[in-house]
Write a protein that binds this ligand. Sequence first.
Ligand code: CA
Ligand code: CA
Ligand code: CA
Ligand code: ZN
Length: 449
Amino acid sequence: MHGRCRPVATRSSPRALAATALIAATVLPAVARADCLRPDPLEITLPYVPPVPSTGPLHSLSAIPAYSSLPGVHAKVFLEFAGEQNYDWNGYSPGVTPAYDVDGDPTTFSDLELSNIHEIWQRVSEKYSPFNVNVTTLDPGNLNRRETQKVVIGGDGKNGQSTYWAGGRFGGVSFVSSFSSFSLPRISYVFPGNLGNGNPKIVAEASAHEAGHSFTLLHQSVYNDAHQKIIEYNPGTADKAPIMGRSYEARRGLWWFGSNSIFFDQYQDDARAIGGIANEFGLRPDDHGDDAAHAHALPLVGLEVRGAGVIETIQDADYFSFSSDGGVASFTVDPFSPGGMLDASLALYSADGTLIAASRTDSLSESVSAMLAPGSYDLVVSGAGNYGDLGQYSVWGTTVPEPAAAMLVATVLSLGVRPRDRHKRRQNLTPAPENPRHRLYFMRRTGQH
Ligand SMILES: [Ca+2]
Ligand SMILES: [Ca+2]
Ligand SMILES: [Ca+2]
Ligand SMILES: [Zn+2]
């Protein structure tokens, strides 16, 4: 249906991969190269939604703050929201792309537009958080090979003309493998005007998708039992869907392992391909050690401990150490918000490596708590183990000293009292006032018993 570059083999062993790359470089031929000259459109759009005029303060197009997800690294995904001018995109002529706009005035940014821009950057940053690439709104000033992929986010693909310059009403368009190409433009286009009037979640999914093409990815497709392609853009489930398929509606848009759009048995390992040799930047270095010997101390602030990190691979385990004076300890891990990809797991170990508590429920967040003897412990954050369970998290909790712990035990016991005894020991349970998220409850007596 569409011209596409030959896929990068991703199911093979590293040696086979290297061999494939060699063949691709030397033998694979003119056909693949010719295919690459045509951009790969994201055909999934949403019905037209009219702009909503703004009533609040307006800002200039230079008002976008400089956001960077990983400052200082070589490779960048540059999100350009302020418009662009381009009359030769490898044979196409986009012309003047307007700035990202939801209020009908593309010459200024409203507070809502600036807020949406921040959210889109946050969401795209989460997608690329497992990789050693900086998602930024700051113009790097170059489009160097294997350094900068620009994603222009604006307009509806018409740019004031009577027809769509890319050939149709698309969500976005990009050249496959442009990031590592010697000849293809390192610019992708996303059309917010065709994506629910710039809906931040939808625009972010489309932006991650188009950048994914630039990093060699093809679509994740669905085939029937006869091995015929029945859906170009795999829609996944209500919980999760491939970014390289259709991830607009699912709760989580994830990197995926599945049949690509070329053939049913060509499996595309999205994360491995993005972090692979073609793009050079690789995975983001692991931020917290994979075992107790390489644990990082969980910073204690008052009674609360707080940490954060990234699950960069399915195998990653991030170890945090802490010490307890004895008492109840309670911890929670939350995936990033907005747009978190991670389904997290949490485990608590004693210093000798004994598992004390673990949580791996259907929820994306997890909590554990336990009564601890004085000593040192490790808290371990990991993914739930399914492909695509990657991304940023925060972990936090409390270690409560003995007296309060004793009260908690009393509380728990009182909850177990049988109905006929309840009148004898009536107690109110009220959440600890200083932090409504605390899972611990403090007991308050309500009268004489
Ligand atoms: Ca505007
Ligand atoms: Ca990590
Ligand atoms: Ca780790
Ligand atoms: Zn696409």
